[in-house]
Design a protein. Structure first.
Lengths: 136, 107
């Protein structure tokens, strides 16, 4: 994989696709030069983002599409998850309680902990675009 | 993901191998909660676990909370690498009982 260009994968909004997504992210992190600990964290964050799409945006329906675009932007690795599910806002996402034993919001918390910036925007009026950046 | 269940002293050992994610964490949940409902003390063996996501962690939290309600022991054994990293990121490493070996559960 040549990370001077972007890498894209497209799949159904289905939990069985998550393993393929993690494998793709892991390969990209190797190309970026991240160490194994950072790579594991990034794989987790992107997996959580895609799982959130499947669970919350698509409500476990596999009739939607999920695209992952990975690229390098100056000194940042950029991971963009695009879906064609009904648009959601950050306010709709459940914030994590300070108590680790309270359910809900754990995936979003992990994404914010790992990534340097996280931006959720509507995508072309018919989906969502989550952009995550992390310094290389 | 593969789940093997066996017995160790008074414990039911639930050994997880491979990757636990949104695709299969419900299987882990069903099994763990089922054993707790039968009043089994639980050891969750992570020694061959390569990956676990937040849905897997949420499953462990639910099982841990049920174990407290039922006054049962609940330990995690052999957490390392990526799964240990997730435990630390979620601060659950300070809440769960993390053991290096099954034998430590007998202390």
């Amino acid at each position: 994989m040549n990370m001077q260009n972007s890498t894209e994968i497209s799949c159904k909004s289905c939990t069985s696709e998550l393993q393929k997504i993690r494998s793709t992210v892991k390969s990209a992190c190797g190309e970026f030069g991240f160490d194994s600990e950072k790579t594991s964290a990034i794989v987790l964050a992107v997996d959580e983002a895609c799982a959130n799409v499947i669970r919350h945006s698509c409500a476990y329906s596999d009739s939607f599409k999920l695209d992952l675009n990975i690229s390098r932007e100056k000194n940042y690795g950029v991971f963009i998850v695009i879906d064609n599910c009904p648009p959601i806002t950050e306010e709709q996402l459940c914030p994590k309680s300070d108590n680790p034993l309270q359910p809900g919001g754990l995936g979003l918390q992990l994404i914010h902990q790992v990534m340097d910036s996280v931006t959720l925007l509507p995508h072309n009026g018919s989906g969502n675009r989550l952009e995550m950046k992390i310094k290389i | 993901m593969q789940i093997i269940v066996d017995d160790f002293d008074r414990f039911k050992v639930v050994k997880l191998s491979g990757e636990v994610d949104l695709h299969n964490s419900r299987d882990v949940k069903k099994l763990l909660l089922g054993h707790l409902e039968e009043l089994a003390h639980i050891l969750v063996d992570f020694t061959e676990l390569e990956y676990i996501d937040s849905s897997g962690m949420a499953t462990l939290v639910e099982a841990f909370n049920l174990s407290k309600t039922k006054k049962l022991d609940f330990h995690i054994v052999g957490a390392k690498d990526a799964p240990l990293q997730v435990l630390k990121l979620t601060r659950l490493d300070s809440i769960f009982s993390l053991l290096e070996s099954r034998e430590q559960a007998l202390d």
